[in-house]
Each structure stands twice: as C-alpha cells, then as structure tokens.
Design a protein. Structure first.
Ligand SMILES: [Zn+2]
Length: 172
C-alpha cells in the first residue's frame, strides 16, 4: 500500500482535494450536472466495488474490504437510510483516497465509537461523502433560493446534521 497523499496537507487542503475528487467521480459515474438525490450505491458499483448490507454489530457503520476478486463495501443494515447513504459515500471516499490500492484481506472498519475523530483520512472521507451527496453547485443554488435546512435534507436525502455541516464548511 502506498503512503497517504494527505500527509503534510492542511485540513483546508484535504477538504479541497476531497471536493475535487468527489466532483470528478460524479462527472465520471453519475452525470453532469448531477441529478439529485445522488445514489452512492450505484456510484460504488460503477467504480467496480461490490456493495453489501449486513449485520456488522453495534459499533460499525461500514467497512471496506479487499478480496482476491476486488474491493467490497459492507454497510451495517441497522442505520437510517440517510445515514446508510452517507456511510456508503464515505467508504467510496476511502476507496478513492487510497487510489483503489487495497490488498486482499485488508479491511478498514468505520466505528460509530470513533466516528468523530479527526484523522486526515476521515476528514477526507467525510468531506468526500458530503460533496458527493450534496453536489456543490446544486447545493449553493438551493441555499441561495432560500431553501431551509429541512428542505435541503429532503432534496439531497441526507440528515439535517449533514446539511448543517455542509453549510458550515461552504460558509453558507
Ligand atoms: Zn472512515
């Protein structure tokens, strides 16, 4: 596995890279301009990932696992739909960040208990997920048109908290 390209980057630079990578993935796998709500499972499959819903236990949102056949995403089935969608987009972010360089039997697990930690690859994956599910141009124009956070959450099929964070990070 190669070293993290995020090493030495500031948080702002990591977020910029995540936004640019998400915009590229949207263009290449979903369409331009992107129709919303974006369907991250379809995008994952377009990238060649297997996507599965499973019982992962109380402490896992999702995981990325390498196998001899490729790379798979497993998502805990016991999470609300909008959280499930975010978890899927987050795992795609890890896949993109690692440049698909995941060896067989290598597993990365996202735990609920450390969901808020500030590691560079988690900042990247969260910003990537937000940018994938709430495409920037569409999000900005909906905010400028006066949609409130509840409308935005419904439009993009994300949680209210995800909308609030997206607005915060885009200074809207
Ligand atoms: Zn993660």
């Amino acid at each position: 596995m190669s070293g993290s390209p995020l090493l030495g980057m500031t948080v702002g630079q990591i977020r910029e890279k995540a936004r640019a990578d998400a915009a590229r993935v949207l263009r290449e796998t979903w369409g331009s301009p992107p129709a919303v709500p974006v369907q991250p499972v379809n995008i994952a499959r377009a990238l060649g990932l297997g996507v599965f819903s499973a019982e992962l236990g109380d402490d896992a949102w999702g995981m990325l696992i390498g196998s001899s056949a490729g790379v798979d995403i497993y998502l805990d089935r016991d999470q609300p739909t909008n959280r499930f969608r975010f978890s899927c987009a987050h795992e795609i972010g890890h896949f993109v960040h690692r440049d698909a360089d995941i060896e067989a039997d290598q597993a990365f697990v996202d735990k609920r208990s450390d969901a808020g930690h500030g590691r560079a690859d988690e900042i990247f994956a969260n910003e990537f997920a937000a940018s994938l599910l709430m495409p920037e141009a569409h999000f900005v124009s909906a905010v400028r048109a006066g949609e409130d956070n509840y409308d935005l959450a419904q439009r993009f099929d994300v949680s209210l908290q995800a909308v609030q964070l997206r607005r915060h990070h885009l200074n809207l």
